[in-house]
Design a protein around this ligand. Structure first.
Ligand SMILES: C[S@@+](CC[C@H](N)C(=O)[O-])C[C@H]1O[C@@H](n2cnc3c(N)ncnc32)[C@H](O)[C@@H]1O
Length: 397
């Protein structure tokens, strides 16, 4: 008779081939397993390339997903069972099967009635709710995934950032939907990761047909991104080589500017406010301007003689004033940690949505006077306390 340990991958193979496979978890890692790896979760997925098994490697602080063909998945199981994991629970529509290893290495296989008899849903809900398909060819062209649609180990942080960003957009849009043919700009789009992700995500929304423009100083990046957009058939996505300052949008519904250097974030915010963008999302980076200008006179002065504390304080003041200036211009703002510092140091995000409190004033929109006054007073007090002669966004506005 076939040894117990070999029977498990065979049962898995039969279940998968007959559509009975639901899920499987490999648990109880041995001490020599990769550090932080807690378990591996398997589920069937329907990819464009055909049926696959997604292996989610669950580490203490992150997940990694790899998709395997049946033959590859079976081989993985043969290599992992007993060697790296001492327990495996397989769920099929016919039976629940458990393989466990005792301390002496002896394997036991047991089966019981199935917990679930409904076949696995490999497509519907997951695809409906999926923010991004890792098999999208543009992800490969941008160097995030390999040809099999697997996220490269070197691109895991970027992948997390992209997905987190889309989650934030998704949740903002629930309360503030975009109009059809939404006009969207990504200012300081760089290599276009987020611009592509945003376009891919939004263009799949029925009736939206967005037009997304990446604005980027560097011509080589613009050419690179336009080539990939064309290859992907993304007709509503374009990149232009321009300074944010010279970009004159006729209409803006959504503005994003992530990690646009120093005052480029202020340029982007000013463009968004002037164009009265419905939603603004920025993740500022390198706050040099305010730091250069800061001469603290308030009670924090004695502690800000330490360079690192002064740097952090300058960041807080810069972004705090940005949020207040948005509020002074009728936006409701939110400042929060975008993604854990483990993935990027540039992790503060400011989101702003048009507060809808404008009144018509001489044909131009004006915000609620009282609120504006209040916010501007706070800006003035902060500037006085920290000896800031000028905040670039205030100057632009
Ligand atoms: C750090 S990258 C970030 C790219 C992208 N937004 C991201 O988060 O992956 C910042 C980009 O902004 C561009 N940039 C900086 N100032 C700019 C300006 N005034 N106008 C247009 N692009 C600018 C830079 O060339 C650079 O590619």
């Amino acid at each position: 008779m076939e040894p117990v340990i070999q029977r498990f991958p065979d049962i898995f193979e039969t279940a998968f081939s007959s559509g009975q496979f639901l899920k499987c978890t490999l648990s109880k890692p041995v001490p020599t397993a990769p550090e932080g790896l807690k378990n591996i979760y398997l589920r069937p997925v329907a990819l464009k390339a055909g049926p696959r098994i997604a292996f989610t490697y669950r580490y203490k602080t992150r997940d990694e997903v790899k998709n395997f063909t049946l033959a590859e998945a079976k081989q993985q199981l043969e290599q992992l069972l007993g060697a790296l994991f001492l327990n495996a629970d397989l769920f099929t529509t016919e039976q629940d099967v458990t393989l466990s290893f005792a301390k002496n290495g002896k394997a036991t296989l047991s089966a019981k009635k199935p917990t679930q008899t409904e076949p696995a849903d490999t497509r519907h809900d997951r695809e409906k709710h999926r923010l991004l398909d890792p098999a999208a060819p543009w992800l490969h062209d941008l160097g995030i995934t390999n040809a099999k649609g697997e996220v490269l180990s070197t691109a895991q942080d970027k992948w997390k950032q992209i997905n987190k960003f889309l989650e934030i957009v998704d949740s903002l849009l629930r309360d503030h939907p975009l109009p059809p043919n939404a006009q969207i700009a990504d200012m300081g789009s760089g290599k276009g990761y987020l611009t592509f992700a945003l376009y891919d995500f939004l263009s799949r929304r029925p009736g939206l047909s967005p037009s997304v423009t990446g604005i980027e100083l560097r011509q080589n990046l613009v050419d690179f991104c336009n080539k990939i957009a064309q290859k992907a058939g993304f007709a509503g996505l374009q990149f232009i080589a321009n300074d944010i300052n010279d970009f004159q949008p006729e209409r803006l519904d959504l503005l994003i500017a992530l990690h646009a250097c120093d005052t480029a974030t202020d340029l982007a915010l000013a463009k968004g406010i002037h164009a009265r963008a419905g939603i603004v999302i920025v993740a500022p980076c390198c706050h040099k301007q305010v730091r250069r200008d800061m001469e603290t006179h308030n009670e924090l002065a004695p502690i800000l003689r330490h360079g690192i504390l002064e740097e952090r304080q300058a960041e807080i003041v810069t972004d705090g004033i940005r949020a207040l200036l948005l509020e002074a211009n009728g936006y409701k703002t939110n400042v929060f940690e975008f993604i854990s510092t483990e993935h990027t140091a540039k992790n503060v995000m400011i989101t702003a949505v048009d507060g809808g409190r404008e009144t018509v004033d001489g044909g131009r929109r004006a915000v609620d006077g009282g609120r504006r006054e209040e916010a501007l007073k706070k800006v003035a007090a902060l500037k006085a306390g920290f000896g800031i002669r000028e905040h670039y966004l205030e100057k632009l506005l």
